[in-house]
Design a protein around this ligand. Structure first.
Ligand code: DAK
Length: 257
């Protein structure tokens, strides 16, 4: 892969978009590499962290020099590719944390929105500049932002292209936490590690319940939760953890069984 690096950590994996000379902008090769990298996440991985190389940008958007030359057909194909890769990321069975270390603009904001959790550095900023370029977001941003912050706040960001700094992003609910850039990765790694030590079958079931249930009416969503919840029973991890609790023993590490 040319522009994406995967680094295995203890129980989780760090994925770095590595094209700092263009502030990690997304061209076809970056999207292909991202797709390939997501295909390499194995069953042992319990959490994924996504970040951008360097200290300036998470991802400064889709590559404008590529988009400038596209006609409507090519734009549709490029949008479809990005949309599918981001959906693949969103639908990974494991939690995904975006460590937003700088500009998250356009397609970069959309990439962060496809993750489950966003932690931002103090210098991070978010915007949809697409309408200043004569287009709209094309990698799922219009749909994910309104689901995250509601239609009123989401539409304001989409229509105005206003750049939101990390503290405002925190108030709007775009990010979960804001931390100094120097400690961003350490804090995100600590969160990834805390997820990784929990029962993987249960964590994945919780993600499935949220991702599927949020798109349904309440009755259907509760039925989905019930199914995912009851499927955790009779797993080795559930039996061992509850047995350890009632017998006041130290719980064993979870084995994903
Ligand atoms: N594309 C290509 N190159 C980019 C880039 C981008 N989005 N962002 C930055 N770069 C490049 C710059 O051209 C520059 O390259 P060189 O000139 O050194 O060769 C290098 O990165 C460093 O950038 P600057 O010199 O501009 O750095 P500054 O600190 O002065 O400014 C900046 C940083 C982030 C404020 C500025 O670079 C900037 O405004 N960048 C563009 C941000 C932006 O507008 N992003 C949103 C792009 S629109 C769709 C599919 C996808 C999308 C929409 C529709 N369909 C197919 C339907 C998504 C759209 C977008 O993402």
């Amino acid at each position: 892969m040319t522009y994406v690096e995967l680094t295995k950590k203890d129980g989780f994996v760090l994925l770095t978009i590595n094209r700092p000379e263009a502030l990690n902008a997304l061209n076809e090769q970056v999207l292909d590499d991202l797709d390939e990298a997501l295909g390499m996440i194995d069953e042992d991985t319990r959490c994924l962290v996504v970040t951008g190389a360097g200290t300036k940008a998470f991802v400064a958007g889709a590559d404008i020099s590529v988009m400038r030359t596209q006609d409507r057909t090519e734009a549709k194909r490029f949008g479809k590719k990005g949309s599918e890769v981001f959906r693949k990321l969103e639908m990974l069975p494991i939690p995904v944390i975006a460590a937003v270390n700088g500009f998250a603009l356009g397609g970069g904001f959309e990439l962060a929105l496809a993750c489950d959790i966003r932690i931002a550095s103090q210098n991070a900023s978010f915007a949809f500049p697409e309408v200043t370029l004569g287009i709209t977001p094309g990698f799922g941003g219009t749909q994910r932002i309104v689901r995250l912050v509601g239609p009123g706040a989401g539409k304001e960001l989409l229509y105005t292209a206003r750049r939101v700094k990390s503290e405002e992003a925190l108030r709007l609910g775009i990010v979960n936490r804001v931390v100094p850039q120097e400690t961003l990765l350490d804090e995100v790694f600590a969160m990834a590690a805390s997820i990784a030590k929990n029962a993987p079958i249960a964590v994945r079931a919780a993600k499935r319940s949220v991702n599927t249930g949020v798109l349904c009416g309440m009755d259907e969503a509760l039925a989905i939760e019930l199914e995912n919840y009851s499927n955790c029973y009779e797993t080795q991890d559930q039996v061992n953890a509850m047995t350890a609790f009632v017998s006041k023993q130290e719980p064993k590490p979870f084995e994903n069984k």
